[in-house]
Design a protein around this ligand. Structure first.
Ligand SMILES: Cc1ncc(COP(=O)(O)O)c(C=O)c1O
Length: 483
């Protein structure tokens, strides 16, 4: 008779500390958690969706509210005292962003946007794609990067995808693609510093290699910067989109495009708006764009929210991004090894993990599906529903990363086209699409570690997963399609 699947994580802390003695070096995070995130432990919540959004420290919100209560802040772009006060704070926030990423102000500009997607759209619509241009991108990108292909396509540019290895979810050396693209001009190459699906960290050396082959480089750093240092004096990507709520949780609605001045000069604005022009004439039918970031910041910037960034960076500096990184790497290694070891009593693995199962060149998010003892997939929606009931925040679906989804879940292009056709009689029916894919998963479960993750979070999540041991896959049918 086979041994029943039993999991006892309670004595694990000593064992964990023995394996990872460096964990104690990250104790500053426990202090920060106790001071700023009491609500997390008071509500006994396990937050594992940091790639979705960071959690805000209580004092960041308090300090920001006090600033707003104390000052008189008016719309910038004017010389009156309230306007000037806002202008100063916005300039400070801009300088703090450059400083945090160690960017040389002579080389980089900060363009404030609504979020990383806003930064990407700004680039897509302004990049001078033409019928001799190329947009080269790895399949492992967020939808907001894939969306740029529609700007490229509408102007006749060639769109080239670099595929992924279906097991490691890493991309091959892009050198041959750089060489093949030699004739195109201009050339834009896009990749994420960290995949928001698998956590894979694609090599940052690609930035310089691509530039040496005449490419502008779009480095999507949205999922990377919350737990890794990005040093813009060590690498010099032309365009870097980010969202600040992913780093310190607050405020939402503010992102940025960090852009090299040199590359920015080649962008062409498809329109103008309030704040982006020096002169507009209705009678002479002309406009003269503003310079630098001003040509790209449309309308009124979020001048009340932007001062919160300066506080946000102070928080991260207090604990240190290296400390955050160290903790995430330790917890990731522990979590990954324990997840891989989870078994049903018949010895079958409890989980299918997508992407690398070691910690080399990967960040703190893990995508997986739960399997039943016969290897049948447990619908990811069911796993999320049960996590919700256990007060655990995870995420399920395809996380706006269709490329990593398709490679890891083994969907072929033909299959997707056939199923889309089949599922679209009048309008697209996502359930019919999913049924058409048969036994294949249409999404996964993602857990992501971040700023104040701790051993208890990881242990409670492992305990939660263990409850799926020996359970046959239920006939749950409500799983959503990849998006
Ligand atoms: C890698 C990556 N790029 C871009 C985005 C888009 O960010 P936002 O939704 O803040 O625009 C995300 C969001 O999760 C992401 O993970």
């Amino acid at each position: 008779m086979s041994k029943p699947a039993t999991f006892d994580f309670s004595p694990a802390y000593d064992e964990f500390l023995q394996a990872f003695p460096q964990y104690v070096e990250t104790a500053a995070i426990d202090k920060l958690r106790a001071e700023e995130y009491q609500r997390l432990d008071e509500q006994q919540h396990v937050y594992l969706d940091y790639t979705g959004g960071g959690l805000y420290p209580a004092n960041l919100v308090r300090w920001h509210a006090e600033l707003l209560q104390d000052l008189l802040l008016g719309n910038p772009h004017s010389q009156n005292p309230t306007s000037l006060a806002s202008t100063r704070l916005v300039a400070q926030a801009r300088a703090d962003v450059l400083d945090y990423f160690n960017a040389d102000p002579e080389e980089y500009l900060v363009i404030f946007t609504q979020n990383a997607s806003g930064a990407l759209k700004l680039l897509g619509e302004s990049y001078p794609f033409n019928d001799n241009a190329q947009f080269l991108l790895v399949a492992d990108n967020h939808n907001s990067v894939h969306g740029i292909r529609e700007f490229a396509r509408s102007r006749g540019a060639e769109i080239t995808y670099i595929p992924l290895d279906p097991v490691s979810l890493r991309a091959p050396d892009p050198l041959q693609y750089f060489e093949q693209g030699r004739q195109a001009s201009p050339r834009l190459f896009a990749f994420p510093a960290q995949s928001n699906y698998s956590g894979v960290q694609h090599p940052l050396e690609w930035v310089e290699q691509a530039q040496a082959h005449g490419y502008h480089v779009l480095l999507d750093a949205a999922a990377f910067v919350p737990t890794n240092r990005l040093d813009l004096r060590a690498i010099h990507p032309d365009f870097v989109p980010i969202s600040f709520y992913k780093i310190f949780g607050y405020p939402t609605g503010i992102g940025a495009l960090l852009a090299r001045r040199q590359a920015l000069q080649q962008l062409q604005r498809p329109w103008f708006a309030g704040g982006t022009v020096q002169l507009v004439s209705t009678k002479a039918d002309l406009h003269i764009l503003a310079r630098d970031h001003e040509a790209f910041e449309e309308g009124t910037v979020n001048y009340l929210g932007l001062p919160a960034l300066s506080y946000g960076f102070q928080f991260i500096r207090r604990v240190g991004i290296e400390t955050v990184h160290q903790r995430v790497v330790i917890l990731l290694e522990y979590l990954l090894s324990k997840m891989q070891a989870l078994r049903h009593s018949n010895g079958a693995p409890l989980l299918q993990i997508y992407g690398p199962t070691d910690i080399v060149k990967r960040g703190g998010s893990i995508a997986c599906n739960v399997l039943d003892p016969d290897g049948v997939l447990v619908p990811y929606q069911q796993v999320e529903d049960e996590a919700n009931a256990a007060n655990i925040s995870i995420r399920s679906g395809c996380f706006c990363n269709p490329g990593a989804g398709e490679y890891s879940l083994t969907h072929t292009g033909e299959e997707i086209s056939r199923c889309v056709e089949l599922a679209t009689s009048y309008e697209f029916d996502v359930d019919a699409f999913r049924r058409c894919l048969g036994d294949k998963a249409t999404g996964a479960v993602r857990v992501s570690l971040g700023l104040v993750s701790n051993f208890e979070d990881v242990t409670r999540f492992l305990g939660f997963l263990a409850q799926f041991a020996d359970r046959p896959a239920a006939s749950y049918t409500g799983a959503r399609g990849c998006s």
